[in-house]
Design a protein around this ligand. Sequence first.
Ligand code: P6P
Length: 334
Amino acid sequence: MANIIQSPNYHMTLSKFIFNEELKHEKITGEFTELLSSCQTIAKAISAMLRRVGLNEPYGTPEKEKEPMKIQGIAQDIFIKILSETGSVGIIISRFSPKVIDVEKTKKGKYILVIDPLDGVTNIELGLPTGSIFGIMLRVDSRVPTVEDALNSNNKMVASGYMMYGSTTIFVLTTGEGVNEFILDPQIGEFLLTDKAIRIAEKGMSYSVNEGYLALWDDAIKEYIRERKFPDKKKHYTARYVGSMVGDFHRTLKRGGIFMYPGNKDQPFGKLELMSKCKPLAFIVTQAGGAASDGHTNILEIVPKSIHQTTPIFIGSPVDVNEVLEFVEKHQKR
Ligand code: P6P
């Protein structure tokens, strides 16, 4: 049995980190702490569930085929059940729920949660990285929750994070004062602080995009990617793409570079959801000194018109994101 104080990272657990965060805020109500702690519990529950994927249903049965969608539903249920018990969540917007989830018990809860319970479901059955994304917004108007309430542009994002379920279970969190990474030590059931005050590189040497859509992109993006492959003077970039936004974003945050999901002729507004994926990750990258744009506007400044609207996204090192924007601007002037 591992002894927690033998761990080189033991100096801080996620539980203690969350408690310390509360001490920084004057009006200590405990609600924010409880909410962040519930996200920690959700991470452990989903991680434990995913470790059994492929072992639950007999091979070659219809149940086996349906397993990824079933797991997606269970992940959403875990989020809703645990968040509903906190007493401070009034509304949940989930990528898998067509409507706003009105948390019966706490209609007047002060927070809105935007969640992507399980990102990259097709990766699950292959044992490739997947993740969950969450954003916590303070409601400006906590009457009976409505869609308009959820879309109120004055709702302020106060925290966001993601869990990445890969070779380890990683929890990355910002509460508006920098970005910190924790890794779950399964032997002691605690998330331990493994990277503090993360800052993304000004410029990376890697780009991440599904080049299968090359023929569908507009000329600005085609030219940008061509420049990455055939640079005039500079060293060429490497290409990385795991097909899960959380996995591709985490690598970009830690190593620098850019993750992109541009619009294309078939999906002019991209594929990735603004509220449940792009805004929470944009908050994190901004807190780490990075940038996130739809090609024209900062992702954090886009006012959502519907809870499931999608957006093109260019996110990562500021120099890399700005280079794409220069190509977009150059082609607009033509
Ligand atoms: P494509 C996974 O399905 C997802 O929602 C994101 O996690 C990922 O970045 C993207 O879609 C992959 O989409 O079109 O490249 O398969």
